[in-house]
Design a protein around this ligand. Structure first.
Ligand SMILES: Nc1ncnc2c1ncn2[C@@H]1O[C@H](COP(=O)(O)OP(=O)(O)O)[C@@H](O)[C@H]1O
Ligand SMILES: [Mg+2]
Length: 298
């Protein structure tokens, strides 16, 4: 389902314009991309880390890059409100309708925004439970070969355009797999959290993603091994990783947590179980993110 050549070019042009106007150099806050195979726990972990960071005083922007758009449910946004969320892709189309601009041209109006978290959220996102800001991108599924889906390039440039002040954090939950890493999606991110479970296929995806994140220049890449049921599981993953283990800044092992099934899709109540080894493990991941995200002179 490719767009006409014209519209494609206009949208890509808008993306390039935003990129050209994006502040270069370091920012005070930090951005974390969460990736891995489908079903390993990316959305669960993104939602819980967002709540933990917000509770500790960070201003969190949780970005849903998955076309399935299920992060708001995991964040605890009530169903009626989640269902009513207009993803950024559609929102930009509204701008176009309202202004009567040529197809695609309205997207360039993003440029009139002061690029900080509160502005972007006020216009395009929602304030979720626990004060976490949520932005649903409405990523276009990469369809048949040959379709470059310029909307995705535009969405990515909008996220890059936001300038993070001190104490501000972006956590971006991504779609399954590593194909999208070939695009610029994770460009400009400071840290990646690659999630796997103790299965061969999921570890393969994490290994591949680790290589790609390094190639993209992301300096800090953590591995979270989720749903670990025994010491044997942990040893299996270490064996499967082999030398690739050296690519990771830190590795975390989170146990299987029965209670998650009881509370999903809204996983926030899980955090009340402070003695849960799963929650304790998440706290350790949170500490690492803050530690590596703290800029030397801030
Ligand atoms: N540590 C865990 N223990 C038990 N179940 C888990 C754990 N982590 C995630 N889950 C469950 O696994 C399922 C998939 O998780 P999800 O976060 O949606 O994965 P992804 O976003 O990677 O596709 C959910 O039902 C979630 O509750
Ligand atoms: Mg998910």
């Amino acid at each position: 389902m490719c767009e006409s050549k014209d519209r494609k070019e206009i949208i890509l042009d808008a993306a390039h314009t935003i990129d050209r106007n994006t502040r270069e150099g370091s920012e005070e806050g930090f951005r974390v991309v969460i990736a891995g195979k489908g079903g390993v726990g990316k959305t669960t972990i993104t939602a819980l880390l967002s709540h933990l960071l917000a509770r500790d005083g960070h201003t969190v922007l949780a970005v849903d890059e998955d076309p399935q758009m299920n992060l708001p449910y995991a964040m605890g946004v009530p169903r009626e409100r989640s269902d009513a969320i207009v993803p950024l892709t559609k929102n930009l189309d509204y701008v176009e309708e309202k202004t009567g601009a040529r197809p695609g041209a309205g997207w360039g109006l993003m440029m009139t925004l002061n690029p900080d978290v509160s502005d972007v959220v006020e216009r395009f996102g929602i304030k979720g439970p626990g004060g976490v800001n949520i932005l649903v991108m409405g990523t276009v599924v990469q369809a048949a070969t040959g379709c470059l889906c310029p909307e995705n390039a535009l969405l990515e440039s909008v996220v890059r355009y936001i300038n993070l002040r001190e104490g501000e954090v972006i956590l971006m939950d991504t779609q399954a797999g590593v194909e999208h890493f070939g695009r610029s999606i994770a460009q400009g991110f400071d840290q990646a959290v690659l999630v796997t479970d103790p299965t061969f296929n999921a570890v393969q995806v994490a290994k591949h993603a680790a290589v790609l994140t390094k190639e993209l220049g992301i300096p800090t890449v953590h591995l979270v091994v989720n749903r670990v049921r025994s010491e044997k599981d942990a040893i299996k993953v270490k064996d499967l990783l082999g030398d690739t283990a050296d690519l990771f800044t830190e590795m975390f092992f989170l146990p299987y947590e029965e209670q998650l099934i009881e509370c999903e899709p809204d996983v926030e109540p899980m955090l009340a179980s402070t003695s849960s080894p799963f929650v304790k493990g998440l706290r350790a991941v949170q500490s690492a993110l803050v530690q590596y995200g703290t800029k030397p002179d801030s």
